[in-house]
Design a protein around this ligand. Structure first.
Ligand code: AKG
Ligand code: FE2
Length: 194
C-alpha cells in the first residue's frame, strides 16, 4: 500500500485506489497552542519520532472512559508512532492483543489477560511499530469510590502522513470554543491571548 501526497491510497500490487477511511465529518484542525507545541518538540527530541498534530482528551471523572480500539487510521501510515501523556487523575491503560484471524487447521489461541499500565500524572507512553496493527487499548471506567476520582487530561502527538488527514475527526476532538491558559498567580484559567 502506498500513500500519495494527494491523500490517495493505492494498492501497490494492483495499482488500484483503496477505499478511504470511514469518514467522519470534516472539521478543520486548529493551530497547536504554543505550550503544546513546545511539548511536541521536546517529545520529538526524546523519542526520535516526528509529530504534526495533537489530540487532547478530557476525562471529567472516573466514569469517563474510552473503549478498546487501535489508532490505525490509514492516514497515520502503517507503523504510526503515538506519544501519549497523562495529566491529573491516575487511570489504568489496558492493552490486549487483537484476535487472530480464524484458521481452519489451527485452533484459536486462548485470549490472554490484558496488560495493565497504571498511568500517573506526568507519565508518557510511546506506541510505535506494529503496536496499532497488533494491539487494542482502552481506558476503562473506574468503579466504586474511584468513580469520583478527579479529571484527567490525555495528550497524544501523532503524525498525519497525508494533507487533510487531520480533518477526519469528530467535532468533539476539534472543538469550537476558545483556548484557555492556566494563570499561576490568579490560580485560574484565563483566555489564551497569543
Ligand atoms: O486517554 C488515554 O490514555 C488514551 C486515549 C486514546 O487511546 C486515544 O485518544 O486514542
Ligand atoms: Fe487510542
Amino acid at each position: 500500500m502506498r500513500l500519495w501526497k494527494t491523500g490517495e491510497v493505492v494498492d501497490t500490487s494492483t495499482g488500484r485506489k483503496v477505499e478511504k477511511d470511514k469518514n467522519y465529518s470534516k472539521y478543520p484542525p486548529r493551530p497547536i497552542p504554543k505550550c503544546l507545541d513546545d511539548l511536541r518538540i521536546s517529545t520529538e527530541a526524546a523519542t526520535g519520532c516526528m509529530f504534526n498534530f495533537c489530540l487532547v482528551n478530557y476525562y471529567a471523572s472516573g466514569s469517563d472512559s474510552i473503549s478498546y480500539h487501535s489508532d490505525d487510521e490509514r492516514f497515520l501510515g502503517s507503523l504510526p508512532a503515538i506519544a501519549s501523556f497523562s495529566l491529573g487523575a491516575k487511570r489504568d491503560f489496558l492493552m490486549k492483543h487483537k484476535p487472530v484471524a480464524p484458521n481452519d487447521n489451527v485452533p484459536p489461541p486462548a485470549e490472554t489477560k490484558p496488560i495493565k499500565l497504571p498511568l500517573a500524572s506526568g507519565d508518557m507512553i510511546l506506541m510505535r511499530g506494529r503496536t496499532q496493527a497488533n494491539w487494542l487499548h482502552s481506558i476503562p471506567r473506574r468503579t466504586g469510590k474511584n468513580a469520583e476520582d478527579g479529571g484527567r487530561i490525555n495528550i497524544t502527538f501523532r503524525r498525519a502522513m497525508v494533507k487533510g488527514g487531520t480533518e477526519n475527526y469528530y467535532n468533539y476532538n476539534v472543538g469550537s470554543g476558545p483556548v484557555y491558559k492556566w494563570d499561576e498567580t490568579r490560580r485560574e484559567m484565563r483566555l489564551w491571548k497569543s
